[in-house]
Design a protein around this ligand. Sequence first.
Ligand code: ZN
Length: 506
Amino acid sequence: MSSTALSPLDALTIHLQETALLSTSNNLLDWDQETTMPSGGLEWRARQQALIARIVHERASSIERGDLIASVEADRAAMADAATMALVREARRDYEKATKLPSSLVEEMAKTSSMAKHEWAEARAASDFKRFAPWLERLVGLLRAQADCYGFSSGGERWDALADLYEPGCTAAYVAGVFDPLRPRLQKLIADLGSARVQPSNAFNDYFVSIEKQEKLSRMVAESIGFDFNRGRLDRSTHPFCGGTHCNDVRMTTRYSERCVNDALGSTMHESGHGIYEQGLPFSRIGTPLGEAISLGIHESQSRMWENQVGRSRSFWNWLTPRMGELIGGDVSRFSQEDLYSAANVVEPGFIRVEADEATYNLHVMVRFEIERAVIGGSLEVAGIPAEWNRLYKELLGLEVPDDRRGCLQDIHWSMGAMGYFPTYTLGNLYASQFFEAACEQLPGLVDGFTRGEFNGLREWLRANIHAHGRRFAPAELVQQVTGKPLSAEPLMRHLEGKLRPLYGI
Ligand code: ZN
């Protein structure tokens, strides 16, 4: 090799990074569409994004990409480095995924889901599942075909192949193994809280605060917990999200409602958790798998930790209460620190997943997991979904679902052809609890520090133990490495029981 020739690793890195330059341009178009684009721009924007997506897919599945990966794999000196080996392993994984689906199936899925999303919105507005059912049937057919193209291990099931797209290595058996022992314990806790004599005050959740003041409060909190505004933004959108192009340009959004400060605060802390993860990815690796988040579940663990373990803790409210007085003013001081802490932690079964509290949330996810698994596995017909949904809500949450709008039509995911996605939310809660316990063991006084506004210790711990690795480890491997144990339901239950039972006086 002459001194000017690129090494195989450099050549692969350039190919990956140039693809990322294109694909992250699409992220920016997404952000623009959700925050500032006039609705007239929709059609052209869809064409812009479709073209970029096609070019990105062509590059990601090209023979050139395959050859570049193979040449690094054959370079024994380069592969002796553990980081390079991980980079190539993940590049190979992405390449196999990109090349396994025939482009006719990719196109059919894109067309069907964009129509189905529209039909779902109409069906939801009319609260009429029958209207959406034929579209969902088509999507399920395509998802099964997709799963067969990807393949799954013998003894596994089709659903595994879909879940693996969002959470590498995740299988239905693994999820069931974690969810099954969790379900009765959550149900017992929720029942005990519901019948407790002490019911925490919910009054603050109906307190009026102007959107301007909520925005100031949200920015102050995001900055205090460690979101870097020199490398990121906070804007508004109907559905909060975190996007952007790379670690030095992270775009997150939140939403405000005048009658619920906790909604804005919760979603700002949640998205800040995602944003802090993105900002913590190593810049030198951006565009390669070592500069990307591991999985949806691990991403969600970061958002949930800041939202729940930090943002719903007593120490956090000790810190925030006097600042609420300064930033919001008015008569907010009539609420005690205890009132504010209580309002952030009220538990009440409801129909809607995205409005659920920390304890009931996971039961919503379990309903969806059971239904997806049965539908993809073939033991449940699409037409039978509403009845099965309502039966499970009765069994798990004790609720009679009044209509499809508040039942099986509430989420957008299935209409987008996303099955195997929901469990990553609960996996995120489980990872968050287990990581946070490990952080507390390794950083004595961590939680007390929140009272003084000291959040940097946690952020730096997450950066070193999780963010800096990119996709170097698989999710289950990372959990074992950071916490010394495989994933279990125990830390989440300890977190919920330890906080909620005292709050409800039991
Ligand atoms: Zn999230």
